[in-house]
Design a protein around this ligand. Structure first.
Ligand SMILES: [Zn+2]
Length: 361
């Protein structure tokens, strides 16, 4: 099959494994009086047969989501990760660090400085080169990894944190696919990508964030690095077992997406037919593709409630549903509330005891 050129190895052999159709930029919320239509772009995931990297196909120019308040879960995870890496002896006092961060926030520099590991200014080398959800934002994966590898001082370590493709498969997280996120990593794919730059994965730590994230440590082969240790080997084996390189397994995400969209659409139609009102809660970027796949407009869901003042007066991208403030929950008295972020459940129940949140398939 003739495909796009792989963002990592430039190979052209691979499979389109997930196609969410034409989608708006999921972090561009227009004003609610902007009638649209919003610009849309194909949203597709392709799996390279050569290096195994799952990746975004199209490369539209989309506005980058600004750094916002860092979710508490991200902050807690960073502290836990720094503790575990330090316990492995990889963060000695006096080491230098280069951080490649994510545009969504989550810097480790403050935590590292407390341990005497300080950033290098300018383009110099460092004993610790850290990438925390940054690499996925690079359209040219090969160039981005080469840049990071080149910054690793002799004997140093490259730390890569990523949301695991194995998790995406196991949890059916098809809506992880979004514009601006170019790479969806597995341990086997990253191992292949690192080998090109003379690096080998030596160990990995796993975290519960987003259902399962991995922090992988790699060293330069020329430094006489040890091979993968037990946890690294078990991660590689587990990823292969889950099917991270199997296009048929990844194709299951397409079925997950279609089932979820159909379930939501049918439920909202049934609720409307029985005269019941359903509001959404959480104007999250990950809700955008679902609402659009499910063909949900304000006739099915009159509003999405969001506590962020910055989102008041806006509407969901790609549909006509306005974003409204939490006061509207009391004013509109919906019969059900559909949470777009499961981790908001406790917070919403606490703030609005009058509600019993409903699920939408
Ligand atoms: Zn490739």
């Amino acid at each position: 099959m003739d495909g796009p050129a792989c963002r990592a190895c430039r190979g052209r052999t691979g499979h389109l494994v997930l196609d969410l159709g034409e989608q708006p930029a999921c972090d561009y919320f227009p004003r609610s009086d902007d009638p649209g239509p919003d610009p849309v772009y194909p949203l597709q995931m392709w799996l390279c047969s050569l290096c195994g990297l799952a990746q975004l196909v199209a490369d539209p120019t989309v506005p980058e989501e600004p750094r916002g308040a860092e979710p508490a879960a991200l902050v807690a995870q960073a502290a836990e990760a720094v503790d575990r890496v330090a316990a492995a002896g990889l963060l000695p006092d006096g080491h230098r660090v280069v951080e490649y961060g994510s545009p969504h926030g989550g810097s480790w520099l403050g935590l590292l400085a407390q341990r005497g590991v300080r950033p290098v200014h300018g383009g110099g080398p460092a004993e610790v080169v850290l990438d925390c959800f940054g690499l996925m934002h690079a359209a040219d994966q090969s160039a981005a990894l080469a840049e990071r590898a080149a910054r690793v001082a002799p004997g140093g370590v490259l730390l890569l944190q990523y949301h695991s493709l194995g998790t995406i498969i196991r949890c059916g997280q098809w809506n992880t696919l979004r514009h601006g996120h170019y790479g969806y990593y597995s341990a086997p794919a990253l191992t292949a990508m690192l080998a090109v730059h003379g690096f080998g994965a030596v160990t990995a730590w796993r975290f519960e964030l987003y259902g399962g994230t991995v922090l992988l440590a790699a060293r330069r082969e020329a430094d006489g690095a040890d091979g993968p240790d037990g946890p690294m080997r078990s991660l590689l084996a587990e990823d292969i077992r889950v099917g991270v390189r199997d296009p048929a397994v990844l194709g299951g995400l397409q079925r997950d997406a279609e089932a979820r969209a159909k379930g939501l659409h049918d439920w909202l139609v049934a609720e409307r037919s029985s005269g019941r009102t359903v509001l959404g809660y959480g104007a999250a970027s990950r809700a955008v593709a679902l609402l659009r796949r499910a063909g949900v407009d304000r006739s099915l869901m009159p509003a999405v409630v969001d506590a962020s003042p910055a989102k008041q007066g806006l509407r969901m991208p790609g549909t006509d549903i306005p974003v409204v403030g939490p006061a509207q929950l009391a004013a509109r008295k919906p019969d059900a509330v559909l949470l777009f972020l499961a981790d908001l459940l406790q917070a919403v129940r606490a703030a609005h005891p009058e509600l019993e949140a409903g699920g939408g398939g």
